[in-house]
Write a protein that binds this ligand. Sequence first.
Ligand code: NDP
Ligand code: 8X3
Length: 250
Amino acid sequence: MKKIALITGATSGIGRATAQEFAKHGIHLILCGRRQERLEIIQKALQEQTEVHILNFDVSDKKETLKAIASLPPAFKNIDILINNAGNAHGLDPIQTGNIDDWDAMIDINVKGLLYVSKAVIPQMTERKTGQIINIGSSAGKEVYPKGNVYCASKHAVLAITEGMRIDLNEFGIKVGAINPGLVETEFSQVRYKGDAVADNVYKGYKALQPEDIAEIIYFAVTRPPHVNIADLLVFPTAQASSTIVKKSF
Ligand code: NDP
Ligand code: 8X3
C-alpha cells in the first residue's frame, strides 16, 4: 500500500518541491497552505502521478488546524509521514527595534503551528504504532546571527520540540527527525523583507540551495529502512560556512 504524507507549507519553496518529489514516487499527498489557488494548481499538476488531497488552513489558528485535519476523508486519515515545513522569517531587525507583530507571527507559525499540526496528526500514529515526523528546522536553529533573534529562537524551539517528540514517541516506534537547511532560494526572503527589493539580493553572487535539493534529502530520509532514523541533519550550500559566512563572487 502507498504511504500517505501530510506536508504543511506545500504552496511554495521546500514544501512544494517535496510534494513534487513524493508524487514522482507515488506517495499519496495531503497538501496544506493558505493560498487556495496555489493548492489547486499543485493538486491538478500532481494528481496525474498520485492521489492528492488539499487542505486550506492557517497553522497558527488552533481551531482551524484541528478542524481541517479532522476533516480528512477515510482514505487519507492514516498519515504515515508528517512534514512540518510551514514557516517563515518575518523581518530582520535588532531586538531593540523589533516589531512585536513579527515576533508573534514567527512564534505562532513556526512554533505553535508546528505543535498544533503535530497534535492533530500524532494520535493515529501512536494508535497504529508507526509513522515518521520530519520537522524543517534551520541552520538558524543551531546558530544565532545578528538581527535573527526571534526567528533563530523559533528554530531553536523546533529543534528542542523535535528532540522531545523523538523521546516521547520512541516507545511507539515513530521516527522523528529534523532537517536544517542553510540558505535556500525560495519565497522565504520575499516574506522576510515583506516584498522589499533587498530580498532580490539575498541569493545573488553564489549558488544557494534550491528547494529540490532539500526535497531530495527529505525523500532520502523517508525511504530509509525501518531501523534507520535520520535524527538531525544540517545542510548548507557549498558557498556557506555558517549563518554569517557566505563566499560571494563579487
Ligand atoms: P516559502 O516562503 O517559499 O514557503 C513557506 C510555506 O509556508 C508556504 O507554502 C506558505 O504557504 C507556508 N506558510 C507560511 N505561513 C503559514 C501559515 N500561517 N499557515 C500555513 N502555512 C503557512 O519558504 P521556504 O520554502 O523557504 O520555507 C519552508 C520552511 O523552511 C520554513 O519553515 C523555513 O523557516 C524553513 N527554512 C527555510 C530556509 C531558506 O533559506 N529558505 C532555510 C532554512 C529553513 P501559504 O502562504 O500558502 O500559507
Ligand atoms: C533560513 C535561513 O540564514 O535566513 O532559516 O536563517 S537564514
